[in-house]
Design a protein around this ligand. Structure first.
Ligand SMILES: Nc1ncnc2c1ncn2[C@@H]1O[C@H](COP(=O)(O)OP(=O)(O)OP(=O)(O)O)[C@@H](O)[C@H]1O
Ligand code: NI
Length: 383
């Protein structure tokens, strides 16, 4: 490829913020999130309950429901066919180097980068991206499957609507899909209802549905949390195989560091609506940079074989009701110092391909100087 898009991440999220406006308060569920995932890569998103993982997943394809709303940020989806198709469908909303349109452009067709900004896309465009380009698998399979239709009919329906398949072609493809996710005797299971499937088989069926339209990106939000460990391990292995076969970009959300170790290539650690560390998985486990990451790791049984009681991080994730002006982890942080309560940390490089947002860094600088790095306003920085 000559347009340079091929070596960029298929999905990159920049400065994404989503808030819920309730009668009582505004919940800044995610603030200024950056993420990226490449084809064939698994990005793990980890954090305790309430850290904003699911809101991040929902924000990606316009699934945030009122009273929630995206406030800011870009979601750059780079898939040449989609860029071309949406540019044709929304000619007034395309920005090219020769034709600068109004500010409501969401298709960017430049010489060095071609993408669709899903944060600015209209719902009609998002609807065609959702499921087709970016598919999701959620924790509770029964909530995502319709109890009154057979599993086969649900898969076939997708293929008929999104792919214009006829009935027999859809049946054939549905059998292949169930087979590819390791469901034995697929032609027979196709005629069964979701409740006739075990939990693990339901989750496999959901993965088959997610893959029906050949997505580029698969987002899995705690897909194995409800399953027992043996079945969980089988599903993780399945996802790993499917990803390799299809060169999928996989975004895998979990609160479980053990699962992250199994499946992720790179990891983004979330806390109270922010990403606090980005790192390759080996580096994160060997030398976690952010004190929160250290705390999460210390609570994995396999990392502490000798301890009878696993250390946990005291306290809970706060519900963020304002934009961050300080370190949100400071109240629970064993390494916190005075400035942590006044200065909002920015992401700084802490190694190859890794950053952390913590006032302890840059580590090689005297603290005063390090603090000045964090105090800089966004406009001073060359964004
Ligand atoms: N519909 C909503 N209305 C108000 N606040 C919401 C809503 N949905 C999510 N939130 C808030 O957004 C924040 C992030 O929630 P989110 O569900 O993304 O967390 P999570 O990391 O997925 O947690 P879990 O591991 O429990 O699934 C929480 O403070 C939550 O209370
Ligand atoms: Ni969640």
């Amino acid at each position: 490829m000559t347009d340079g898009s091929s070596d960029r991440p298929v999905l990159s999220v920049e400065g994404l913020s989503t808030a819920y406006f309730t009668d009582k308060e505004t919940v800044h569920a995610i603030s200024d999130i950056d993420l990226s995932v490449r084809r064939g890569e698994t990005l793990g998103i980890v954090g305790e309950s309430g850290s904003g993982k699911s809101v991040t997943a929902r924000s990606l394809t316009g699934m945030v429901k009122s009273p929630g709303r995206l406030l800011d940020g870009q979601i750059k989806y780079r898939h040449p066919e989609t860029v071309t198709a949406l540019a044709e469908r929304y000619p007034d909303r395309v920005e090219t180097p020769s034709a600068h349109t109004e500010s409501d452009a969401f298709v960017f067709d430049g010489p060095t980068d071609r993408y669709v900004d899903l944060a600015a896309a209209p719902e009609t465009a998002l609807r065609s991206v959702r499921g087709d380009d970016i598919a999701m698998v959620f924790q509770d399979p029964l909530a995502s499957l319709n109890p009154v239709y057979t599993v086969g009919n649900q898969i076939k329906e997708l293929l008929k609507i999104h792919r214009d398949f006829g009935d027999s072609a859809a049946t054939e493809r549905a059998v292949d899909l169930l087979d590819s996710v390791g469901i034995p005797d697929p032609a027979r299971r196709l005629r069964e209802y979701p409740h006739q499937f075990s939990g693990g088989m339901q989750q496999r069926a959901l993965i088959a549905m997610a893959l029906a339209c050949d997505p580029e990106v698969l987002v899995c939000d705690e897909p194995t949390t409800a399953l027992d460990v043996t079945i969980q391990a089988q599903i993780l292995e399945l996802l790993d195989d499917l990803q390799a076969e299809r060169d999928l970009a996989l975004l895998f959300i979990t609160h479980d560091m053990g699962v992250i170790a199994e499946i992720a290539d790179r990891v983004s650690v979330m806390y109270a609506g922010e990403v606090v560390e980005h790192a390759p998985v080996e580096a994160l486990f060997e030398t976690p940079a952010h004190p929160y990451s250290r705390g999460l790791l210390a609570s994995i049984p396999s990392q502490n074989p000798d301890t009878e009681h696993l250390p946990t991080i005291d306290g809970d994730v706060p519900t963020p009701t304002s934009e961050p002006t300080q370190c949100r982890f400071a109240p629970r942080c064993p390494d916190a110092f005075d400035a942590c309560r006044d200065v909002h940390p920015r992401h700084v490089d802490v190694g190859e391909d890794r950053t952390a947002s913590c006032l302890l860094y840059p580590e090689d600088q005297p603290r005063e100087r390090a603090l000045r790095t964090h105090s800089k306003t966004t406009t001073e920085e060359n964004r």
